[in-house]
Design a protein around this ligand. Structure first.
Ligand SMILES: [Zn+2]
Length: 386
């Protein structure tokens, strides 16, 4: 049985040009950069949303993008036939000696004509779920057999070709990618492999004090972070009610150190705002007194403020700071009103381009694609920018 299903999008100029490729020399792995959005949402985005918008834009404003296979925790969908070109790996990130940087010689002159693009979906916290990684390994093992490729040499990152920071988790930590290729090789040999969870290398806590059990009580879920600061990176988000272990005496300025073990037996560490975990007597005596500044409402608040109410294309256009806030939040998630324009088209006017960015965002996150900013779109933006 194949590790992926074929569910092809219709041919169109921008995402599936229908051009035959020149054979497959490498597999190129990517990450989707859309936190929490599964494979099916990318099928819809590249199959419908992006082509529909491009049809209404001038040539200069149109976006060309796609990949062959999208992988998430539960499935892998091949949206473009493997003998056709997808637009995934021939972008220009760096110019070296007057030419675009090309770190993989075998993919010159155009990587899109010589490779298959495999995209791994990311979780809400920006990481790869172990199940997504395991499925991507199965997909790549199957593709390596199909195209007679050697996983160690013939699976490359988008980063290796153009220096784009993609897939970000394996650019910041290349060992993760090295391990991935080794497991693909094992899978090809029929060996059963499991994907280990690697604790976040940015968490540098060294104290080995005693841990005690506590219960998460936050209404929005507990965020494990790499540092004692709401501005630091997320390790993991845990739902309300999850049991975590708190390390006695680890609280400094309202941030304590916890350990969490999931149902698969994988253990994670990180710092949490201690007002999010239930205070029993030991925690109370071991932790510092809470101050106003350590309240979750303050520390967990998004850096992005978003307006209430409804915003849509009006005549004359709605303008102002509120529109700018909406545009800034969209741009922070890579849904630019106008990628090629100055300041990405953040101009404080709710025009067609802003409505289009809202539509693309809504498409990716399963909301009705009306291009109208309202409570649901606001809530989804806020949840991603927390
Ligand atoms: Zn990429």
């Amino acid at each position: 049985m194949s590790a992926f299903k074929n569910q092809y999008i219709n041919t169109n100029e921008w995402t599936r040009p229908g051009i035959k490729n020149n054979g497959v020399r490498k597999l190129v792995v990517h990450y989707t950069a859309n936190p929490g959005a599964p494979a099916a949402n990318h099928y819809r985005y590249f199959g419908e949303t992006l082509p529909a918008q491009n049809r209404k834009l001038s040539k200069k404003q149109q976006t060309y993008a796609s990949a062959h296979i999208f992988v998430d925790r539960t499935e892998a969908i091949c949206i473009i036939p493997l003998n056709e070109v997808a637009y995934h790996a021939n972008d220009v990130q760096q110019i070296v000696n007057g030419k675009p940087y090309r770190g993989v010689a075998a993919l010159k002159p155009n990587a899109n004509f010589l490779s298959v693009g495999v995209e791994l979906c990311i979780e809400k916290n920006g990481t790869f779920d172990p199940d997504t990684v395991a499925r991507a390994e199965q997909v790549c093992a199957e593709l390596c057999k199909m195209f007679k490729l050697d996983p160690i040499n013939d699976i490359v990152r988008h980063y290796d070709i153009t220096h784009k920071i993609c897939p970000a988790p394996w650019v910041s930590r290349s060992q993760g990618f090295t391990d991935f290729k080794a497991r693909v090789k094992k899978r090809m040999a029929g060996t059963v492999v499991t994907v280990p969870v690697v604790s976040n290398p940015n968490v540098t806590h060294t104290d080995t004090g005693r841990f005690i059990k506590n219960t998460v009580v936050a209404k929005d879920g507990l965020v494990l972070r790499t540092q004692r600061s709401a501005a630091s990176s997320m390790v993991l988000t845990l739902p309300n009610g999850t049991i975590v272990k708190y390390q006695l005496g680890s609280t400094v300025n309202g941030w304590g150190y916890v350990e969490y073990t999931n149902s698969k037996g994988q253990t994670f560490h990180g710092y949490v705002n201690v007002s999010y975990i239930k205070s029993d007597n030991e925690l109370k005596s071991g932790g510092q007194k809470k101050t106003a500044s350590s309240k979750p409402k303050t520390t967990e608040k998004s850096k992005f403020s978003l307006p209430a109410g409804i915003f849509k294309v009006t005549s004359p256009l709605t303008r102002g700071e509120s529109v700018k806030q909406i545009q800034t939040a969209l741009a922070a998630l890579h849904y630019y009103p106008d990628k090629s324009a100055k300041n990405f088209g953040i101009d404080g006017a709710y025009g067609l381009k802003t409505a289009n960015a809202v539509k693309r965002f809504q498409s990716m996150y399963g909301l009705p694609q009306d291009g109208i900013y309202g409570p649901k779109t606001k809530a989804k933006l806020e949840s991603l920018l927390k």
